[in-house]
Ligand binder design. Structure first.
Ligand SMILES: [Fe+2]
Length: 160
């Protein structure tokens, strides 16, 4: 931990930083997984999904920045390399053998939902720990992920 003038107790920061670090690893992992979908999707919805996945990857990349910079604002060190993320991520690896647009939409939706779930849990945990600002970071991310999940699920929900 770096010394900081921030007025949150060290004991709080020491608990909040690992919470942020876990979700940072997920976000870095998720970014590359959604790029995988962006590059490899095929089928009649190609252009819609290709562009949607790129947009979501961009949003998730911004989220990794938000998480990492909250860690550094609290005096921590943000560990966000791809190799670190691969070791720490809670997400399952992206299926490499799928091609069809709906398979990719389902795979991306599954991972957005998993990420969204752990980010939502982190909102309450950060609030319990007494760090409303970190809870706000998680809330912002959670809200955006719910919205992108809707955009992806809209491709899967026709006729259901
Ligand atoms: Fe691209």
């Amino acid at each position: 931990m770096y010394r900081s003038r921030v007025d949150l107790a060290l004991a709080i920061r020491e608990k909040v930083i690992p919470l942020l670090q876990s979700r940072l690893a997920d976000a870095v992992d998720l970014f590359t997984q959604i790029k995988q979908a962006h590059w490899n999707v095929k089928g009649p919805s190609f252009i819609a999904l290709h562009e949607l996945f790129d947009k979501i990857a961009e949003i998730v990349e911004e989220h990794s920045d938000l998480l990492a910079e909250r860690i550094t604002a609290l005096g921590g060190r943000a560990d966000g390399t791809t190799r670190i993320a691969a070791g720490q991520s809670s997400l399952t690896e992206y299926p490499l053998d799928i091609t069809d647009g709906m398979q990719h939409a389902a795979a991306v939706a599954d991972r957005l939902a998993d990420f969204g779930k752990s980010v939502r849990a982190a909102i309450d945990r950060a609030a319990e720990l007494g760090d409303a600002d970190t809870a706000d970071v998680f809330t912002e991310i959670s809200r955006a992920i719910d919205k992108q999940l809707w955009f992806v699920e809209a491709h899967l929900q026709a006729g259901h």
